[in-house]
Design a binder for this molecule. Structure first.
Ligand SMILES: Cc1ncc(COP(=O)(O)O)c(C=O)c1O
Length: 301
């Protein structure tokens, strides 16, 4: 670990190894933490964040839907992100931020204090391979996506990721890269940390919001696809749709589009023709070479 790395923590810049939580903190012991992750790209005028406004809106919505109070406004957080990128001299990479209750949770379950905020700048690396959209394999998980009436699935809450862990683990044990989950209603939802799309008869389809996280990549792909003549549909899909799809891909901030080359016992050309067009479109957007979507890369100042 590069011990010169600095973490923005409640307004201070502290060494990476000092950014820790007490074991009995509410955030750790009760998993009352929310987070956001988004990409930093090197632009002609310096680093820019991919749709930071949407990511910070989602962070605020996560806090609100869980009845938690943020200590900083979206504007203050965007300034803090710029400072974190600057002091760490980061080029291409990810920003990960965690907001949580750091007070001990011995008796009290409901706290009223504002959330602590930590912002980490994580440079691209051999391990992350951010621009390496390799084809992946996927299975239908035996686990169901948590029901939206049990916890708000639209919140990017750490506690929701036990469900994600189980689906990923189940997939890995069965020899697949990822697991795709249906909801408890039986309809297709999403992967552990990725939205899912299918292409059928030239139409790009993805499950509607309500049972899935509002992925910023998902939103961006749905908004950009019509610009290259690809029709889109947010619709209820049964898992059966995966077995009859022409193409399948997943989307996630780290790697924008991952084509699925194998789903259960079916093999696909990956990327297929529509997925290829979308990958090229997203790559151009992220390389600052598609002026139609230039507002999506927000300069850090
Ligand atoms: C459950 C879940 N769905 C979808 C996504 C993709 O969202 P985004 O495109 O904003 O990264 C994530 C990202 O971590 C996720 O955790």
């Amino acid at each position: 670990m590069n011990d010169k790395r600095k973490v923005w923590f409640n307004g201070d810049l502290i060494p990476w190894e000092k950014a820790t939580v007490p074991l009995l903190s509410h955030g750790f012991a009760r998993a009352s933490a929310i987070f956001e992750v988004f990409g930093i790209h090197e632009g002609p005028d310096g680093p820019a964040a991919f749709r930071m406004d949407k990511h910070l809106r989602r962070l605020m919505n996560s806090a609100q839907s869980l009845g938690m109070k943020m200590a900083y406004s979206a504007e203050e957080i965007s300034e803090a992100v710029a400072e974190t990128v600057r002091v760490n001299d980061m080029g291409r990479g990810l920003i990960k931020m965690m907001a949580y209750w750091s007070e001990e949770a011995i008796i009290h379950l409901v706290l009223e204090s504002k959330l602590d905020l930590a912002i980490f700048a994580i440079p691209d690396s051999e391990e992350l391979k951010l621009d390496n959209a390799q084809p992946i394999s996927a299975c239908l998980s035996k686990w169901r996506k948590i029901h939206p009436e049990t916890v708000p699935v639209s919140a990017k809450a750490c506690s929701n990721y036990l469900n994600a862990y189980l689906a990923r683990r189940d997939a890995n044990v069965r020899g697949f890269d990822i697991g795709l989950m249906a909801g408890t209603d039986g309809f297709l939802a999403e992967g552990s940390t990725e939205s899912v799309f299918i292409v059928k008869d030239g139409v790009l389809k993805t499950p509607p919001l309500g049972r899935v996280l509002s992925g910023i990549s998902r939103m961006s792909i749905l908004q950009a696809a019509p610009a290259i003549g690809i029709p889109t549909s947010e619709e209820t899909l049964s898992p059966e749709a995966l077995f009859t799809a022409d193409e399948i891909f997943t989307s996630h901030t780290g790697i924008k589009i991952s084509p699925v080359a194998r789903f259960e016992n079916r093999s696909f050309e990956a990327p297929g023709p529509v997925t290829s067009q979308l990958m090229e479109l997203m790559t151009n957007i992220l390389n600052f070479s598609d002026s139609r979507f230039k507002d999506w890369l927000q300069p850090l100042k």
